[in-house]
Design a protein around this ligand. Structure first.
Ligand code: DGY
Length: 324
């Protein structure tokens, strides 16, 4: 029977499926509470037929070789798979799978929630109330900026970017987007493709929804912040390294841009100290897909991909189908 290694406790929906298919004793869940350390990961994967890593596990050639030649599938517990060296997996003929679709709306909800928090200063307002500073209603108290009727710029118009555009319709926003891979999207979205300079210059809110790739690393740095409106807010629920965090902290402190809402960080769980010090930054700990329902669906999909490969079927969510 195969050895299945799950690198961190995940919702039951996925574990049940794996245990039902292969037997309880063949599904090994790493016992630690927190990201698995590198040495322990290399040790835990030894002899694995299937790996189910989470986005904090770096699965590179070394980890694949530590697993050994029996490794037949890597089923990432995330839609983003920048933690997996897909080229190394392809070289070794190993399919890599992800969990697309099920977290689209949940992640767009998160992006929308932090966009609203950022615009209306709700993080700061909550800190103010809890600190016992509220002395009653005031005409000039904690004034934010309106969201409705403004221009939303979407950087990366895949599934989550488009879900964001649908939400913007309810707020009667003008939606523009930059995505060289998608010159056209559903007409009903009423979203206009623009180049990056136009997105930067015309957006009141920019929401990032691109994958992390060499071309998108530090896609937002000093030059981009300088090109944005001083009243603009930047929202990132994609991957931290898309934004140069130190440069963002400088831009927030100097007023180059107005505010930022971040769910993801360059070197998680570390956050640039200057950013922690910015009242005009909303910071949440990578919660994009964090609902009971969605995390359960992600666990099920990752497990289904493993079951498919180990029973000789095509995995439904393979990101390197050339190996199949
Ligand atoms: C993903 O699936 O890539 C998300 O970041 C997890 O929340």
């Amino acid at each position: 029977m195969p050895r299945i290694v799950v690198c961190r406790m995940i919702p039951d929906a996925g574990l049940k499926l794996l245990r039902a298919a292969f037997g309880e004793e063949h599904v090994h869940v790493a016992p630690q509470d927190g990201p698995i350390e590198r040495d322990r990961l290399l040790d835990a994967v030894r002899g694995a037929d299937a790996l189910l890593p989470i986005l904090t596990d770096r699965v590179d050639g070394e980890a694949m070789d530590a697993a050994g030649v029996g490794l037949r599938v890597i089923a990432n517990y995330a839609v983003g798979y920048n933690n997996i060296d897909v080229a190394a997996a392809t070289e070794r003929g190993i399919p890599v799978t992800n969990t697309p679709g099920v977290l689209t709306d949940t992640t767009a909800d998160t992006a929308w929630a932090i966009l609203m928090m950022t615009a209306r200063r709700f993080g700061e307002a909550e800190r103010y109330v809890r600190a016992g500073n509220w002395g009653g209603w005031g005409p000039m108290q904690l004034l934010g900026v309106d969201v409705h009727g403004k221009t939303l710029g979407i950087f990366g118009m895949g599934r989550i970017g488009q879900a964001m555009a649908w939400r913007a319709q309810g707020f009667r926003m003008r939606v523009i987007y930059y995505d060289p891979a998608r010159p056209e999207v559903d007409r009903d979205l009423a979203a206009t493709a623009v180049d990056k300079p136009t997105l930067l210059a015309e957006s009141d809110f920019i929401s990032i929804h691109c994958p992390l790739m060499p071309e998108t690393t530090h896609a937002f740095g000093p030059a981009e912040f300088a090109a944005m409106k001083p009243s603009a807010c930047l929202i990132n629920t994609a991957r931290g390294p898309v934004v140069d965090e130190a440069a963002l902290a400088d831009a927030l402190k100097s007023g180059t841009i107005h505010a930022a809402g971040l769910d993801v960080f360059e070197d998680e769980p570390a956050i640039h100290p200057k950013l922690l010090d910015c009242e005009n930054a909303v910071l949440i700990p990578h919660l994009g897909s964090a609902t009971e329902e969605t995390r359960g669906k992600m666990a099920r999909i990752a497990a289904e991909n493993i079951v498919a490969v180990l029973t000789g079927k095509r995995p439904p969510n393979c990101v390197n189908p050339e190996v199949l």
